[in-house]
Design a protein around this ligand. Sequence first.
Ligand SMILES: Nc1nc2c(ncn2[C@@H]2O[C@H](COP(=O)(O)OP(=O)(O)OP(=O)(O)O)[C@@H](O)[C@H]2O)c(=O)[nH]1
Ligand SMILES: [Mg+2]
Length: 359
Amino acid sequence: MNERSIVVTYREPYSEQEALELVSSAGYSPSVSFKVKSMREGKYGLPTGKAEELKKLTEKLNPELVIIDEQLSASQIYHLSKLLGVKTIDRIRLILDIFEKRAMTTEAKLQVKLAELQYEVPRIRETVRLAKMGEQTGPMGYGAYEVDKYIRFLNRQINGLRKKLERERMRRSLHRQKRLEEDKFIVALAGYTGAGKTTLFNALTDENKTVTGKMFTTLTTTIRKINGLNNVYLSDTVGFIERLPHYLIESFKSTLEELKYSDLILLVLDYSLDEELFWRKYMASLNVLEELEVNLDNVVAVLNKIDQKKTDFVFQDSRIKDYVEISALKGINLEKLREIIQQKYNEGKVQVINTKETF
Ligand SMILES: Nc1nc2c(ncn2[C@@H]2O[C@H](COP(=O)(O)OP(=O)(O)OP(=O)(O)O)[C@@H](O)[C@H]2O)c(=O)[nH]1
Ligand SMILES: [Mg+2]
């Protein structure tokens, strides 16, 4: 796929940069950005004046696709694409496009399919309703039977996928149970997409998993033993992003639950970012962890990419007390990280013994 596109983004440089990265990760390129202050209002999502301006730009550039870097309602997408006369997609569809490209395992494919159906169903209904209103061909109910039938079919698919994923969840929980019985200590990597989780995973396990500059390179979970530490295993999984809709987290729950049930979480953060963007991504990551009901006492902040650190702000947050600065790529401070993991493992063991004594 190689489409010429216009991407509508918020004005802040980091929003534009992330939007362009998403667009390129989805395989759409090259794109022209069109900046706006607001994308969550009115008929088009954009203020009417801006929508008109965008229409002029669209006429001039004749792109194949317009991407709105925000979640729009079905009716906003409908009205905007009608106004522009080109295919128009929103941020969620864009992220789903990337996920669809990356999904390699059966589980990841099921998860992406579920998220897509949950995205599409309310939109199909709304789009059909609006199209009918516009056409004015007889009563509103015309064709409603077919649409209802189709939506019922999609809902059955959703239920089927949920059941399959539930079985996958059970399978995972059996594995977890086994690991628990074998006294294995599970360390999970979490963090924003592109923070360097897989690079760190490879460095600590001698694996050779794919690392790219593209977003959402990893969608599935892999677990491997950490070198040089007995009984300690590391899991790498899907990255986070800002403004992630709830149902996307919901459909990836069986994968993301690895975080909830791990003994220790390494929250990998890109410490080379400027301060504002660093905290933004940190907050987005904390939101996901909170949504998964992770206990923040079990989280260590791993401040990655110190080889590239440009500004001298320091990490400090009362919610996460333990932290370590590393470079996964250059192998800086990895020994220190191993020591922290070992120490947490020892503490964990003590806790287990105590609990056993108490009961
Ligand atoms: N300079 C520098 N770059 C790094 C470091 N660690 C990772 N990177 C780069 O950051 C980019 C993203 O790395 P990944 O390991 O794929 O990131 P990820 O967190 O697994 O990303 P997702 O799988 O998309 O969630 C790659 O280009 C890496 O080479 C580091 O310590 N220093
Ligand atoms: Mg990765």
